[in-house]
Design a protein around this ligand. Sequence first.
Ligand code: SF4
Length: 524
Amino acid sequence: MADKPVLFKITNLKQHFPLKKKGLYVKANDGINLDIYDGEVLGLVGESGCGKSTLGRTLLRLYDPTDGKIMYYGRLLTDFAPNYMEDTVKRLPHYKERMLAANKALDQKQAEVDKLTTEEQYKHAEELTELKRKAHSATLDIANIIGGLASLKDLEPVSRVYEKLYQASKLKRSLVLEQRDERVALNDSRYQLENENKDTPAVREQIRTRETALKDLETKIASADSGISAVQQEIEQLRAPHLEDEAFKALDAHWDTGVDLSRLTYDEMRTLRVDMQLIFQDPYSSLNPRMTVGQIISEGMKAHKLFKRQDDQVKESVLKVMDNCGLAPYFLHRYPHQFSGGQRQRIGIARALALHPKFVVCDEAVSALDVSIQSQIINLLQDLKEQENLTYLFITHDLAVVKYISDRIAVMYLGVIVELANTQEIFSCPMHPYTEALLSAIPTADENVKRELVVLEGDIPSPVNSPKGCKFHTRCKYATEICTMVEPEFIEVTPNHFVACHHRLGSVCETEFVASQQGADTAS
Ligand code: SF4
């Protein structure tokens, strides 16, 4: 996967829902770090209530995240010019102060803890982890936008040049939106001319005016692009003299041209929603019973102004997406109650794909279907992924289902990801005790596959009062004292295999990897 570009970079994402009783929160997502690559299928697995669906919905900003970052690389910061870009640049000194204060607090605590015995250090582990998270997040806020330039004493020239970049980017964004509206209006006029017998001088004149306006807009967009490039060159000139500086390099590593979804306004997010869609679990309740299939599928196209009205172009697009999803054209005017579960799910998929998104969250998309229909829908999703170059987050509680569609699998427990690796490796070399237990519960008819059943004792603990240290320690047969006090770090054990466990399972893959590294060292 590492050869593919990253589409989402999620850092310390938290989603805490407040309860009526003051000060209590349901910690549905509690510090998630995850990269999703362009064009991959990432399976997200865990028991009910572990926070999988919340993560999918928070990524789409259907919920506002409590904390953390969701960087999206489907659009660039300079194409999108969100308001937070201007806000950060205007408040640079404030952001810098916050970054310095957070890092100072961390350094002081670390120095205190270093003097203690190992036993005593355990007691401060939680506080230290929180300070590390705060310092990291404060650093990201400023360094994402201006990178190493945040280390300079005089931020005034930086602020000035980034203000120019924001203005040029904002202008480009408004021109692109104007261009979209003008295109829709031009298509509408052409439709009137060709199909509504409105071949009048007024309509012809309207078409000519719109064509000229579109050409003007193209020229203006090209000029905004060169404006952006010129400012970027100015930024490079500011950057160049400091490239050897260590502090500069450390901050520059966080410089990022992606868009932080967690900081977008409602309207900004609405514009981006075209890129990101959701397929729901329940094909019965997710379709409006008063709307026909055609209306359901075309609703998003009209809401996002891809077409001006209900005309042949809309119908053509709807029929095309229906065909891609295996729905016959004569279903167009039928209502959801006239279909089976599998067909309804195809309608839900067609609705999600009508806007040609880049990223789709499939939230238990096959769990409510019969097993025979599940494989049809999984095959359909796989075909559509190839055709449309989609990226899926495939959420399910069933490892057997996710095995057939996912490139990588992330295992989630009580709001955190405990293991992440490619699919084949999760099945052959699980390193987290929870993954081991989930795998052992998959029924198999293959006599050659012999797995000892690992029974998980007790229920999943409450996300309101989750256990200290490793959240899994109350149910883990390998737990020791350190597990009850220190939260394990999520680390890369072998290339692209991440796990959060103090006593990860001795796996063949890890041993083989270490041996191969030693062999390579000896050879060199
Ligand atoms: S850290 Fe400890 S409790 Fe948690 S999974 Fe690993 S062994 Fe079990």
